[in-house]
Design a protein around this ligand. Structure first.
Ligand SMILES: Cc1cc2nc3c(=O)[nH]c(=O)nc-3n(C[C@H](O)[C@H](O)[C@H](O)COP(=O)(O)O)c2cc1C
Length: 438
């Protein structure tokens, strides 16, 4: 039984570190007895007595029971294991069906069109906070250089990091801001730099809700995210109305700053997602149905964001715990609003509860596929994808229409232009860099 529990924990490292901590604890007790004064000797002796007495069996048993509860009662672990198997299975199917990979592999370099978006390939740089704005949320030279580099590097669509619609809705004090008209010129510099270097510019707008690093965060309910996050104040109807208005004004400013795509951050446990998840939303008014807030935001944003421009929603389709959202719930919420003018869904997972995610390359792709199937909308999928082969795989096997590459693009902004040749693709290499072309 104990062995079964240990095996189920998957992480033997966790057990070893617990054991080491336990031994260190005992080691201190011995040192106390040898070198300590009378008080310390007393404490040390008590600990050692406990160690040789009831402590020996009880402490490891308590640890194992705690981990058992965590894994079997809180974590939806069966699903995580299932995902890995499923992804392997999909790869295997794809391999047998496509003996010749040549065509399929190059798919990542194929263009994609959606409304005003004319993407030269299927790779998306997802929003990634750089925490590099000044404390008033203004963009600076770093942001321009950072996004321009990925545009030069041949990324099809660049979605700028979470940009705060309200200073009290910032993830950090150094978030980019879009809560004031004075932010527009700095943001326009970023969008223009992306355009000038041949890519398409998106922006993610966000309110962090209970995950905002401010003195008095707000959320749908007065429930903390945990860790060192504060307990939020439950939002009044006035608070809710104000955030809807802030999203709307942010959409207007994003348009004036020349972005091509607007992405609403309804993932990773930020405000929009907090309304959708039963974990963070315990309201008893009309907003207990998370779809109500989503609908109000989409309507408000659409009244300012031109209808010919694409609107995207980033969602967490799964929370890895039994009481969290499911892809079906999220798809249902999207289906309620898609006719208001939602064009694209950016699929992610987690972020609303502190839980260990068993991540592996492609671990969220089945969620993207599910959302695509259930909503009929094109999707961006990704997560831990670091090679263009795997990205191509994912598109060719219909997991997603577009693939986001996050951290790998922080390491290597030029992977799209530099690897094209390996895929037998001729691309417009940036002229100033031609003499460096492999
Ligand atoms: C430094 C960093 C900042 C991030 N900031 C955001 C963000 O602002 N908005 C968002 O939706 N996701 C954010 N993410 C998540 C990424 O967009 C992406 O979903 C995640 O890194 C998984 O993709 P990857 O494995 O290819 O990196 C961030 C990730 C990183 C590494």
């Amino acid at each position: 039984m104990v062995w079964e529990v240990i095996k189920s924990m998957k992480s033997i490292r966790g057990l070893i570190s617990l054991f080491i901590s336990y031994m260190i604890f005992q080691g201190w007790a011995v040192l106390f007895v040898i070198f300590g004064d009378a008080w310390m000797k007393g404490i040390g002796t008590a600990v050692i007595t406990f160690w040789f007495g009831p402590g020996t069996p009880t402490i490891p048993i308590i640890l194992i029971v705690a981990l058992f509860i965590q894994r079997y009662l809180l974590l939806d672990s069966s699903n995580q294991i299932h995902l890995k198997e499923k992804w392997k299975e999909l790869n295997a199917q794809f391999r047998t069906k496509n003996k010749n990979f040549e065509g399929a592999f190059t798919m990542i370099y194929e263009p994609f069109e959606l409304k005003n978006l004319k993407l030269k390939n299927r790779i998306v740089m997802p929003p990634m906070c750089m925490y590099s704005a000044d404390t008033n949320g203004y963009a600076n030279d770093f942001h321009v250089a950072h996004y321009a580099a990925r545009a030069i590097g041949g990324v099809g669509l660049i979605i700028q990091e979470a940009t705060a619609i309200d200073p009290d809705g910032r993830i950090s004090i150094n978030d980019l801001g879009i809560w004031d008209d004075s932010h527009i010129p700095g943001l326009k510099r970023i969008a223009d730099a992306i355009h000038q270097n041949g890519s398409v510019a998106g922006i993610q707008i966000n309110h962090a809700g209970r995950k905002a690093k401010v003195e008095h965060p707000v959320g749908p309910s007065s429930i903390t995210y945990g860790g060192d996050y504060l307990t939020p104040r439950e939002m009044t109807l006035e608070d809710i109305k104000k955030t809807v208005q802030d999203f709307k004004l942010a959409a207007r400013r994003a348009h004036l700053a020349n972005y091509d795509l607007l992405e609403l951050h309804a993932a990773h446990g930020y405000l929009m997602f907090q309304f959708m998840s039963p974990i963070s939303n315990h309201r008893i008014d009309q907003y207990k149905d998370g779809r109500v807030y989503l609908k109000e935001v989409v309507e408000a944003v659409r009244s300012e964001w031109p209808k010919e421009k694409a609107l995207c929603i980033r969602i967490s389709a799964y929370e890895y715990v039994k009481e969290g959202v499911t892809p079906e719930m999220i798809a249902d919420a999207i289906n309620q609003v898609k006719d208001l003018g939602v064009d694209l869904i950016d699929v992610s997972s987690g972020g609303n509860i502190l839980v260990k995610i068993n991540a592996f390359p492609g671990y969220q792709l089945h969620l993207a596929k599910k959302i695509k199937e259930l909503t009929g909308l094109p999707v961006i999928g990704g997560g831990l994808i670091t090679t263009l082969e795997l990205a191509s795989y994912a598109v060719a096997s219909n997991q997603a229409d577009l693939i986001y590459l996050g951290r790998v693009l922080l390491r290597d902004p030029y992977m799209m232009i530099n690897q094209a040749k390996d895929f037998g693709i001729e691309i417009d290499y940036p002229k100033p860099y031609l003499r460096g072309k492999k």
